[in-house]
Ligand binder design. Structure first.
Ligand code: SF4
Length: 353
């Protein structure tokens, strides 16, 4: 704890951006430096000053630190883990576009993030900066040419790390495309670097096309007052907000911890949307639960928290086949054609159509 306090005093407002910074600030012991330097060759290190402060005020081995401080375990790659776990590459017709489902595309104008989450499923892709101007034009032309695209999801990287001016240019360009009806932005910024949520940012996002904001947040400890204020700024300006979380072993794989997170999100006017099963990205097995454990956890959320607080537990099928809900089946058909329905207390009831 003492070392982390030094960290905040010495490095604010700069972020921690290298294994040497981690060592210097006492977040890793000296004998871990070589292994962590090896891990950071795949996924860089970045911890914002806001998150460093949060680690300092919670615990060096707590749920916030575990998400952002690398460990040697990232070098432990399992045989079934993949470089491109959800098959982005085969669905990328041009740079900056991932087109997996007919009516929506991912547009990834930036691959940089304010923090690098150690479980990131795009760990092999992120950290590489901006799309070149010509590439962005080609990506926008692709969206323009595909009239079936109804929704554009700005992802990355973290789109809200871009300057408001650049974001406004992209949203203005999407506004010009008649068939794009909705823009969705996936971001961690309100919880990892809340000071970026400024009036200029809001002005950049508030154009003609409705913008939904999906916040990536995994533990209630991330929702401190600065984060709640950033969220409130976005919601008060009319942006509907949803959340996505990743089920992470040792961080939030517990119904009580998830219930606290979901309730806090809803209190902040963020509707829990997805709880992702951990993807099989290389070097992330220490974060992954089994599917059976995940299903048991989400089962226990039912009845414990309101429907407003229920995310859908999702599995992204490895290889790029898309997402499917992975929660329990509450209805089973019997041989006689009736349904057996399981309630939230595990009692079964017959239902006849
Ligand atoms: S912010 Fe998103 S894209 Fe960036 S490292 Fe974290 S999970 Fe990956």
């Amino acid at each position: 704890m003492k070392a982390a306090r030094n960290l905040v005093q010495r490095l604010q407002p700069q972020a921690i951006t290298s294994p040497d910074d981690l060592l210097e600030t006492g977040l890793i012991p000296p004998d871990h430096l070589a292994a962590i330097t090896e891990a950071s060759a795949t996924l860089p290190v970045s911890i914002t000053s806001h998150i460093a402060k949060l680690i300092n005020s919670t615990s060096l081995d707590g749920p916030v630190a575990k998400q952002f401080v690398p460990t040697a375990r990232e070098n432990d790659k399992q045989v079934d883990e993949l470089v491109d776990p959800i098959g982005d590459i085969p669905h990328s017709p041009v740079a900056g576009i991932i087109h997996r489902y007919p009516d929506r595309v991912l547009l990834t104008p930036v691959l940089t993030c304010p923090v690098y989450c150690r479980f990131c499923f795009r760990r092999e892709a992120v950290g590489d900066g901006l799309l070149a101007a010509g590439e962005l034009d080609a990506a926008l032309a692709y969206i323009r040419d595909h009239t079936e695209i109804w929704e554009v999801i700005l992802s990355g990287g973290d789109p809200l790390i871009m300057s408001p001016r650049r974001l406004a240019q992209i949203i203005d360009a999407l506004d010009e495309i008649d068939h794009v009806s909705v823009i969705r932005i996936h971001t961690r910024v309100p919880v990892v670097d809340p000071k970026r949520v400024t009036t200029s940012l809001v002005t950049a996002l508030k154009r003609k096309t409705p913008v939904f904001i999906v916040l990536h947040c995994n533990h209630a400890d991330e929702l401190v007052s600065e984060a709640e204020q950033a969220i409130a700024t976005l919601v008060d300006h009319g942006f509907p907000m949803l959340s996505q979380s990743v089920l992470l072993k040792g961080i939030n794989d517990d119904p009580e911890i998830l219930a606290a997170l979901m309730k806090k999100l809803v209190r902040s006017r963020v509707k829990p949307y997805y709880l992702h099963h951990g993807d099989k990205a290389q070097g992330t097995s220490h974060f992954r639960t089994t599917l059976a454990a995940g299903r048991a956890i989400v089962n226990r959320l039912r009845g414990r928290v309101s429907g407003l607080c229920q995310p859908t537990y999702m599995l992204d099928i490895p290889g790029g086949h898309g997402k499917v809900p992975a929660g329990s089946d509450y209805l089973q058909v019997t041989d006689g054609g009736d349904w057996m329905v399981t309630d939230w207390q595990d009692n079964t009831h017959k239902y006849r159509d």
